[in-house]
Design a protein around this ligand. Sequence first.
Ligand code: NAP
Length: 316
Amino acid sequence: MKKLIYSKFGGPEVLQIAEVPIPTVQETTVLIKVKAVAINPLDWKIRNGEMKLMSGSKFPKGIGIDFSGVVEEVGTATTKYNKGDEVFGILDVFKGGALSEYISVEEKDIAIKPQNISFEQAAAMPVVGAAALQIFNTLVRLKKGDEILINGASGGIGMFATQIAKTKGAVVTTVVGDSGIQAVKDWGADFVVNYQNEDILKGNKQYDIVIDLSGKMPFSEAKIIMKHSSAYIHTAPGPKEIVVSFFINLFSSKKYKLLMLKPSPEYMAELTGYAEQGMAIVVSRVYPFYSFNKAYTEVPKGKFIGKAVITMGDLV
Ligand SMILES: NC(=O)c1ccc[n+]([C@@H]2O[C@H](COP(=O)([O-])OP(=O)(O)OC[C@H]3O[C@@H](n4cnc5c(N)ncnc54)[C@H](OP(=O)(O)O)[C@@H]3O)[C@@H](O)[C@H]2O)c1
């Protein structure tokens, strides 16, 4: 079968298609024929070598974390799935490897695909949906009426965070570029600031929660627009942020929180519920498998809405 791999850190040019054996099903795993795989910033950060501490430097490496597909075979100790079930799921964030014709996955890491969404939409959910849920379930407790700022709201996490924050009764301000304005309004944003012609840091509004998804608003800047007791979420922390946040949290009432994604079956169930209730899951770019190089060249440049996904259709 075909699998996308790389054997050294670098740009999209290090990606290549390898012929490898179809993985064998273990007692507790399920073999899945992959239909679609989401593209995430984590893919290129790991591939570039930016996250060596977590990903290790052993090659070859696979790429692609969240996926959807159809169950092909089930392990003898599995209980939940049957051949033919349509599922979606998530692989180990730092190992990846979903861009492959078949993958063998622990039963706990998949869920039945909601019938009302496509394979592309299902693949788009696990990483960014779980990240948004983890922010609201473990890092901050949103109360009705809280003022929340989502900086970089038109992308993957922003799409889920904006809609989830609205369901919790928050007043949501989003910062997006020209291309994202209509989308965040559709997702329920109360206020929209266009970063291309306005600097949110120069406004006089103060927030209970600031989530930076752009990597361009550090805590040192965000604290100007944070209320006395408030929280800032850094979504791409490295060792420096871990140390800095520890000391800031000792002395400041403005808390500095770090997102470190821990996927769970509970998040998969919660995302299934949101999808079934009709939450918008926008996949604005779909690339066929053989266009992987184009996909990983274009998507990091941004300017798309929600998620970008690679489909395996051209492999059939
Ligand atoms: N820590 C973890 O466990 C974990 C897990 C998942 C993701 N993440 C990280 O979380 C971050 C967000 O992920 P994502 O999937 O939501 O990324 P994404 O889909 O690429 O979204 C990023 C957003 O930032 C916006 N942006 C760019 N420049 C901006 C600026 N100057 N001001 C405001 N917004 C700006 C982009 O808008 P344009 O399209 O206009 O450029 C885009 O909508 C990434 O760094 C990712 O690696 C971390």
